[in-house]
Write a protein that binds this ligand. Sequence first.
Ligand SMILES: [Zn+2]
Length: 272
Amino acid sequence: MGVIGGSGFYSFLDDVTELRIDTPYGAPSDSLFLGEIAGRKVAFLPRHGRGHHLPPHRINYRANLWALRSVGVRQILGPCAVGGLRPEYGPGTLLVPDQFVDRTKARAQTYFDGAPLPDGTVPNVVHVSPADPYCPTGRRIAVKAARGRDWEPVDGGTLVVVEGPRFSTRAESRWHASQGWSVVGMTGHPEAMLARELELCYTSLTLVTDLDAGAESGEGVSHDDVLQVFAANVDRLRTVLFDAVAGLPAEEERDCLCTRALGGMDPGFVLP
Ligand SMILES: [Zn+2]
């Protein structure tokens, strides 16, 4: 199991082992931190680095997913902070999206870009479907885990991923909301798609930390507000994540579309 999120998610575990890893795509955001939850091995990766020094558009998503897979991770939970695009999705709302919309601009977003790896192997041209971008099993288990802790989540919705690091203008925010999209964040893409390309299960858990500019009437989002709401909810989000980790299927019982994402196509390289 893998969890891509802040240090608040693993700092309470006993016996955490730090593992520094390099990948053909360079270094991941930080070391992997290996621990155990309910007898299951879990690798934690601080998405922004442990000192939160990496802005969303500078994260090496390819290295992050590659590193996790290379230590045996096959199912990933990806918690992240988002802005709510509807008044009813206020701070503290937990939403488990079933769709995303990519509005990022300049990120390496595929392993199949035709560029050779450092060892000379050249990836094949492969097109992977993101029609249903999140693991259906992981989503179901995440929703159940939240309910088990009396935190009724929004089951489904669309996560708009913007390039950042700036927040949205009111016009952008109103446009996102008018499309019927639910929440807006900066890290959901290409994280989920890269996981899919490596046939990993990926489940996004979004925590609303503020109402986005188009859904509120105040002065707009501030970074301080985001941090405050995240800190206020990190304990219960960690509990839900741990319950979800315990509830995810064993590797031999994984039978979702994620496991067949390449449809038998040869990626041209050996999956880590
Ligand atoms: Zn899956």
